[in-house]
Design a protein around this ligand. Structure first.
Ligand SMILES: C[S@@+](CC[C@H](N)C(=O)[O-])C[C@H]1O[C@@H](n2cnc3c(N)ncnc32)[C@H](O)[C@@H]1O
Length: 577
């Protein structure tokens, strides 16, 4: 999602000047600047039509007003940045609190969710007309008539959320909760344009009211952000140069000292002289996170296993100050071209580009201090950028993706050297919000590789990963992983997990155990091969399915399938046997 594909045409505005606070600790004199920056937009402000107003709407609108006319100076820009962080954190906390209260109230009344902000219009809901949930037959009839009109759908969604918020009190007699949920999911699918399968899958991630916030946020573009390439520029110099060209921008927040958020621009931000000279990368704020979590150090040996088009590779190269080496791999040769172009443009001299299937590591090369696996995924976190995800993902896609991710993560772990003096870490990330592609993959890795453990990501925000989800229980340590959401953090949906890789346990074979028991010393053996390799037979259908897809993509005749791929019904096809 990084790279030059971002839409630059929207970024137009007047020429402005701005001094930014220093990236390093240089003392600067305060200087009043003739600047009126457009205030940062509320995370809710641009949404087309809100189905449900929430507490966070009110709070963000209020504080936006506060910022509107503030003059920007070298000193207050940092304060503004901190204020924005604080505001975002406050909003996120409010959201969580709101959900917790709703859940608590729901529990007390025997419901899943309370009617915190949905019940403003009293028992009868909006308008005077009483809401009647359609029956299954009526729904079918409605479909044959070409579906309901948009106002009916909007109203019905509001009503369903309201009823589900306080089911005992508001539900019509004899109508089960499942019917309201079914109606709501069906309306979400038609209103926002998702297939039913994905609408349901995403809906299940959140309490009812929050799910609507998530779907709404996917209709709004995320802020355009750039990352200063510290190999070629300092953020304040870059900001000034862009301001002189008519770009309206602000630091993203105190969690990054290289990010800038672009509000508007009179020039295409992907074609400025500074861009062409490699002073910055057009990069989503969320994609800074895995690199910050990995924290590559100068002089280290690092692998970026799925790296094209190179947003994170070039960030790592910069953090390593062009020392050590970053192996930037990607299986897709076409994408490797843009990776190589970015590596050159940004002046990264410590990067080796290669193109292997990630599953060939560490056979190709191993022994890395740190590995980043920014895995191929469904992209359910970036729907606002790629709306095709709404309709082109099926259950089978998630099964296959999750399987590929599980294979890749084991190879990524095995590519890290536990002997590293400075590192020994792996970061796993995706731009997806589904549990199959995140917690389920990480939990699988923990079970298959007893020599790894989850550690803190070091990221200052983000919701903890699930430790259980819809009947599946994961390791408690999954709460160390971090989830990011468009409706909470105003960035792409993202997931980050950080592992420390330790030496494999020394195990004793039966014979050696006996020998050791009989007084034999040093019978321990270091296990060099993967502890639990993939079971080829178990994986055969998936391997064949992947091969068939690959060949189909190349328009070759696909080999016949020997066994149908079992589509998991809540089961985990790649779970350890
Ligand atoms: C999320 S994108 C990576 C984005 C990249 N890390 C960045 O920051 O610019 C996932 C990448 O995985 C690559 N990929 C897919 N299957 C792969 C495999 N089996 N081995 C290695 N790379 C793979 C895709 O070509 C794609 O470029």
């Amino acid at each position: 999602m990084d790279g030059v594909e971002d839409d630059d045409d929207l970024l137009r505005g007047p020429t402005q000047e701005l001094e930014l606070g220093s990236d390093d600790d240089e003392e600067e004199e305060e200087e009043e600047l003739p600047v009126k920056l457009k205030s940062k937009k509320s995370k809710q402000a641009d949404r087309p039509l809100k189905i449900i107003p929430t507490a966070s709407d009110a709070s963000s609108e209020e504080s936006d007003d506060d910022n509107e006319d503030g003059r920007v100076t070298m000193k207050n820009i940092e304060a503004r940045s901190r204020a924005l962080d604080a505001k975002a954190a406050r909003e996120a906390e409010l959201d969580i609190e709101e959900m917790q209260q709703a859940a608590l109230a729901g529990e007390e009344s025997g419901d899943d969710f309370a009617d915190a902000d949905m019940d403003e219009e009293g028992e009868g809901g909006e308008g005077s007309e009483e809401f009647v949930l359609p029956t299954a037959e009526q729904r079918e009839e409605e479909k044959t008539r070409g579906g309901p009109d948009v106002h009916t759908v909007q109203r019905r969604m509001r009503e369903c959320v309201r009823v589900l918020g306080n089911f005992k009190r508001l539900a019509a007699k004899g109508r089960p909760r499942a019917e309201y949920i079914q109606q709501l999911i069906s309306d979400i699918a038609s209103y926002y344009g998702y297939n039913d399968f994905l609408a349901e899958k995403l809906f299940q991630l959140f309490p009812v009211a929050e799910a609507i916030e998530f779907f709404e946020a996917n209709e709004v573009p995320r802020p355009v952000t750039i990352r200063t390439n510290t190999l070629r520029a300092r953020r304040r110099d870059l900001a000034q140069a862009l301001i002189n060209r008519g770009v309206n921008l602000e630091p993203i927040g105190k969690w990054t000292n290289v990010g800038l958020q672009v509000f508007e621009s009179s020039v295409p931000i992907g074609a400025t002289p500074e861009y062409l000279a490699g002073h910055y990368m057009l990069q989503a704020a969320s994609s800074f996170l895995p690199v910050i979590a990995l924290g590559p150090q100068p002089g280290e040996r690092v692998l970026d296993m799925a790296s094209a088009p190179g947003g994170k590779t070039t960030h790592m190269a910069a953090l390593m100050q062009n020392t050590g080496v970053v192996f930037a791999n990607d299986a897709n040769k076409a994408r490797v071209k843009s990776l190589t172009a970015n590596v050159h443009r940004l002046g990264c001299k410590n990067v080796v580009v290669c193109s292997y299937d990630g599953r060939e590591f560490p056979k190709v090369i191993g022994g890395f201090d740190r590995v980043l696996l920014d895995a191929p995924c469904s992209g359910t976190g970036v729907i606002s950028k790629d709306a095709s995800v709404k309709t082109n993902k099926s259950e089978r896609d998630f099964t296959l993706l999750s399987h590929l991710q599980k294979q890749l993560i084991l190879c990524a772990i095995d590519s890290v050297t536990p002997d590293s003096k400075t590192g020994g870490y792996l970061v796993y990330s995706t731009c997806s919000v589904t549990v199959d592609e995140n917690e389920a993959v990480v939990d699988y890795a923990l079970r298959k590789r007893p020599n790894v453990k989850l550690v803190e990501t070091g990221l200052e925000f983000g919701r903890p990963g699930y430790t259980s989800y819809r009947g599946k229980t994961f390791s408690d340590k999954l709460n160390l992983t971090r989830r990011f959401y468009p409706h909470v953090h105003n960035m792409d949906g993202f997931y980050v997990a950080k592992f420390k890789v330790e030496k494999r346990a020394k195990v004793k074979s039966d014979k050696e155990e006996t020998a050791a028991g009989a007084g034999g010393a040093d019978a321990d053996v270091e296990m060099n091969e993967p502890t639990f390799p993939f079971n080829e037979d178990e994986d055969r259908p998936y391997i064949e399915e992947n091969e068939r897809r690959r060949m189909k993509a190349k328009s070759r005749k696909a080999p016949p399938q020997t066994k149908p791929v079992p589509v998991a019904a809540g089961g985990d096809p790649a779970a350890p046997s």
